[in-house]
Design a protein around this ligand. Structure first.
Ligand code: NDP
Ligand code: 2IT
Length: 447
């Protein structure tokens, strides 16, 4: 059977089995569309129904999360964990707390995580979870009670050799602490069941910075291949959370200038470069909106509407907020303004039509599966340190991270050459990520 007949049949089955889940459909289609050349070369994957198995999570968990706010009102949220694939190791992937969280969004994230984790070269399967809970505007006590209720169900499904969650949108050090504490209390077990832990109780130096730093390291690899460097470049970044902040920090360390940042309300334009300490204070300490920035920095401007951040002229664009935030119009504007690299810090932030624009205009496009893999990679290093009960220095972790990102760039470039799609790093990442998981699944029999 022709490869595209196979992938089309798998896609139709996904549509039928997962109605009303557009993000999941989008993520699956993007991968299937690039696997044709692999299936032509290796029909054993087709015979063993590897694709049919990969698009079906190994386990899906959905549960009620009741909690009480500071006034005594009772709320009920929905919690999820999608344990997608364990061919390469324990399920591994973040938890997202955001009001938009749905099965569709977490399934797309869990599916992508399988390929991303494969690219890191570490022993990690893929999973994702979260809840439709909005931490914004909640007190620490409310967030703690929510996290405790969430873990009171999730504890039975996770474990250091089974499933190891971490942070994502709305889940940072505070939330990981509350969830870890409740797990420990219920299980009577101090163990590496989460990554992104506090540095005093099992966390890894460099995990907080890892996604943003890794993103810049891989962008640097792509620049080098063009005979260029970061020094003197102008960079626009969306979001102003964990990934955006540490991408900004690394860009500044390496001589580039970040001129724009955003949140879900709007964006700031700072032509002289953003003052990162102010952003950290506003977003990480005070949990305020990005528009507050212009109160203390008069040369910067703020505008409502987060999508317009891409109107700011830049050499490099790093979307670091959320899925489908960069559309075809934004892509055309970036290409017209001379942008040379787009690297996805967020998961699937560029729409398929936007990615087409980048390919047609020879803008180097580095997909999230490869470009934001630094976070989960250092999570893997945190697991390794926990297993040995030791702590590495920041320098050691950072050097490992740099090596892993360089290696991912090599792997995906190599796949584009071997499978006849030069310059198409999205296809390269899908192919290289897929082959390792597929081979492990073949070796492990029909499970
Ligand atoms: P944070 O919660 O720290 O920050 C999220 C940022 O994105 C905030 O600025 C937020 O703005 C903005 N944002 C969220 N939702 C939307 C939306 N619907 N529209 C516009 N802006 C939005 O999360 P992270 O920085 O950790 O995550 C950002 C992205 O990076 C996500 O796609 C995540 O999956 C991905 N990622 C994260 C990794 C990690 O290690 N943390 C690893 C790999 C990928 P606001 O405050 O207004 O909500
Ligand atoms: O999307 C991601 O890779 C993450 N949110 C990080 C996952 C992890 O387990 O560190």
């Amino acid at each position: 059977m022709a490869a595209n007949t196979v992938t089309q049949a798998v896609y139709e089955q996904v549509l039928k089995r997962n109605p009303g889940e557009p993000e999941f459909h989008q993520a699956v289609k993007e991968v299937l569309d690039s696997l044709g050349p692999v299936l032509e070369k290796k029909p054993q994957y087709v015979e063993a129904k590897i694709l049919e198995r990969m698009v079906e999570p190994e386990r899906q968990i959905m549960f009620r999360v009741p909690w009480q706010d500071d006034k005594g009102n009772i709320h009920v949220n929905r919690g999820f964990r999608f344990e997608f694939n364990s061919a390469l190791g324990p399920y591994k992937g973040g938890l997202r707390f955001h009001p938009t969280v749905s099965a569709s969004i977490l399934k797309f994230l869990g599916f992508e995580q399988v390929f991303k984790n494969s690219l890191t070269g570490l022993m990690m399967g893929g999973g994702k979870g979260g809840a439709d809970f909005d931490p914004k505007g909640k007190s620490d006590g409310e967030v703690m009670r929510f996290c405790q209720s969430f873990m009171t169900e999730l504890f039975r499904h996770v474990g250091p050799n089974t499933d190891v969650p971490a942070g994502d949108i709305g889940v940072g050090g505070r939330e990981i602490g509350f969830m870890f504490g409740q797990y420990k209390r219920i299980c009577n077990d101090f163990t590496g069941v989460f990554t992104g832990k506090g540095l005093e109780w099992g966390g890894s130096l460099g995990r907080t910075e890892a996604t943003g730093y890794g993103l810049v390291y891989i962008a640097e690899e792509a620049l080098e291949a063009l005979g260029k460097g970061l020094e003197g470049t102008t960079v626009s970044i969306s979001g102003s959370g964990n990934v955006a902040i540490y991408a900004t920090e690394k860009i500044h360390q390496l001589g580039g200038k970040v001129v724009a940042l955003s949140d879900s309300n709007g964006f700031i334009h700072a032509p002289n470069g953003v003052h990162l300490d102010t952003v950290k204070q506003l977003k990480l300490v005070e949990r305020k909106r990005i528009k507050e920035y212009v109160k203390t920095h008069k040369t910067a401007t703020y505008a409502e509407g987060c999508n317009d951040v891409w109107n700011v002229k830049c050499d490099i664009a790093l979307p670091c907020a959320t899925q489908n935030e960069l559309d075809v119009t934004a892509a055309r504007t970036l290409a017209k303004n001379g942008c040379i690299i787009v690297a996805e810090g967020a998961n699937m932030p560029c729409t398929p039509e936007a990615v087409d624009v980048f390919q047609k205009n020879k803008v180097v496009f580095l997909p999230g599966k490869a470009a934001n893999a630094g976070g989960v990679a250092v999570s893997g290093l945190e697991m390794a340190q926990n297993s040995q009960r030791i702590f590495w220095t920041f320098e050691k972790t950072d050097t490992e991270l740099k090596g892993i990102m360089a290696n991912i760039y090599k792997k995906i470039s190599h796949a584009t050459q071997e499978y006849g799609c030069p310059g198409n790093f999205a296809a390269g990442a899908n192919i290289a990520g897929f082959i390792k998981v597929a081979n492990a699944m073949l070796a492990q029999g029909l499970v």
